[in-house]
Design a protein around this ligand. Structure first.
Ligand code: NAD
Length: 336
C-alpha cells in the first residue's frame, strides 16, 4: 500500500507516520508513506525520521493543484491531516484557514479524482458541532461551528462528504476531541502550560477556567484513524472521543502538580472571543463498528507528556522561541 499523508510533519500527522513506520499498525509493515507538508510555523521536518526506506518527504502546499497532479499517481489512499489548526489564530485572521482548510481540501479531493486515488480519510474535529451544555454529540448532530477555525473544518467536512456522494470517492471523516501528547506545538494549552512551568513562567488561563474539553491522547487518536483507514465505511463520519471531561482549570491543576508548581503560577486572562463552553462526543459508533476505545488514561497520558517535555527541551525551546511562533496573542493563545 502507498499512502499520502498531508500535514505529516505536524503534531498528529507525524505521530501517525512515526507509529506506522515503527510497525505500530499491524498490516502496514510494507506500507510506503509520502508526507506532503508545507512546513508552516506548525510543521517541523524534525518530527519525522531524517531518512527511512519507506518514507518520502515532499514540501508542498495542498492548494497547489499542478503539484498534486504530479505527486498523487500511484498512491492508494490519502490521510488528510493538513490544516491551520489553532483557534486563536483564526480569531485574529481567518483568511489562511479558509485557504488551506476549505480550498486546500477541495483541491486535494479534485486531485484525487483526477489521478484515480481511491480513498481519503479526512481528519476533522469535534469543534464543528459547536458547544453543548449537556449530553453528547452523535455524528448526525447539526453542525454549528462557532470559531472561524471550526467553521473552516465544518466546511471541509461537507465538501469531503460531497465528493463521496457526488463522485463515489471513498471518503471517511473522523471528528476527534482535543489531542495531547509529545511533539505538540507549544501554542496549545497542555504544551504551553507545561513548557511555561518548566521555564518558571506563569500560565495564562482563559476566563474562569470552566470551559470543558474531552482529552484524547494522540496515540489513541491515530489508532482510530488507522482503523477508519482500513475498515471505515465510505461516506461515514466517526466521532473519536477521549472518554473523559475536564475543565481547563482541572487540567491546569494537574499540570501544576506534575510540574511541582502551585496556584500562584496561574494568571487569569480575558476570555477568548466566542469561547465554546463544552465539547462532548458520543463515541459509540466507532466502538460498535470498529471495536475502538481509547486506551491511555488521562493520568498516565498527562504524566508521560509532561515527562516528554521535560526530557526534550531542545525540541520545544526551538519551536517556542522561533520568532513567528507565539501566535496572535503571544503566550496567551491557548486551547485547541
Ligand atoms: P498541526 O498544526 O500541528 O499540524 C498541521 C500540519 O499541516 C503542519 O505540519 C503544517 O505545516 C501543515 N500544513 C498547514 N497548511 C498546509 C498546507 N496548505 N499544505 C500542506 N501542509 C500544510 O495540527 P495537528 O494538531 O496535528 O492537527 C492535525 C489535524 O487534526 C488538523 O486537520 C486538525 O484540524 C485536526 N484536529 C486536531 C486536534 C488537536 O487537538 N490538535 C483536534 C481535533 C482535530
Amino acid at each position: 500500500m502507498r499512502l499520502l499523508i498531508t500535514g505529516g510533519a505536524g503534531f498528529i500527522g507525524s505521530h501517525f507516520v512515526r507509529t506506522l513506520l515503527e510497525g505500530g499498525y499491524p498490516g502496514h509493515e510494507e506500507t510506503r508513506v509520502t508526507v506532503l507538508d508545507k512546513l508552516t510555523y506548525a510543521g517541523n521536518r524534525g518530527n519525522l525520521p531524517a531518512t527511512h526506506p519507506r518514507l518520502e518527504f515532499v514540501r508542498g502546499d495542498i492548494c497547489d493543484l499542478p503539484m498534486l497532479l504530479e505527486l498523487l499517481p500511484g498512491h492508494d489512499a490519502v490521510v488528510h491531516f493538513a490544516a491551520e489548526s489553532h483557534v486563536d489564530r483564526s480569531v485574529a485572521s481567518a483568511a489562511e484557514f479558509i485557504r488551506t482548510n476549505v480550498g486546500g481540501t477541495q483541491t486535494l479531493l479534485d486531485a484525487c479524482l483526477a489521478t484515480g486515488v481511491q480513498q481519503v480519510v479526512h481528519v476533522s474535529t469535534d469543534e464543528v458541532y459547536g458547544s453543548i451544555a449537556e449530553g453528547t454529540w452523535t455524528e448526525d448532530w447539526p453542525l454549528l461551528p462557532n470559531s472561524p477555525y471550526a467553521a473552516s473544518k465544518a466546511s471541509s467536512d461537507l465538501i469531503a462528504r460531497s465528493y463521496w456522494r457526488t463522485h463515489g470517492l471513498h471518503v471517511s471523516i473522523t471528528r476527534c476531541s482535543n489531542n495531547y501528547g509529545p511533539y505538540q506545538h507549544p501554542e496549545k494549552l497542555i504544551p504551553l502550560f507545561t513548557t511555561n512551568l518548566l521555564e518558571g513562567l506563569q500560565v495564562p488561563l482563559y476566563g474562569d477556567g470552566r470551559n470543558i474539553r474531552e482529552w484524547l491522547h494522540v496515540d489513541d487518536h491515530c489508532r482510530a484513524i488507522e482503523l477508519v483507514l482500513t475498515r471505515g465505511r465510505a461516506g461515514e463520519i466517526y466521532n473519536v472521543g477521549g472518554g473523559n471531561e475536564l475543565t481547563n482549570l482541572q487540567i491546569t491543576e494537574r499540570l501544576l502538580k506534575l510540574c511541582g508548581a502551585n496556584a500562584s503560577m496561574v494568571r487569569r486572562v480575558a476570555d477568548r472571543k466566542g469561547h465554546d463552553l463544552r465539547y462532548a462526543l458520543d463515541g459509540s459508533k466507532i466502538r460498535a463498528e470498529l471495536g475502538y476505545a481509547p486506551r491511555i488514561p488521562i493520568e498516565q497520558g498527562l504524566a508521560d507528556t509532561v515527562a516528554w517535555y521535560q526530557d526534550n527541551p531542545g525540541w520545544w525551546k526551538t519551536v517556542k522561541h522561533a520568532s513567528d511562533n507565539h501566535g496572535p496573542q503571544g503566550r496567551e493563545g491557548i486551547t485547541s
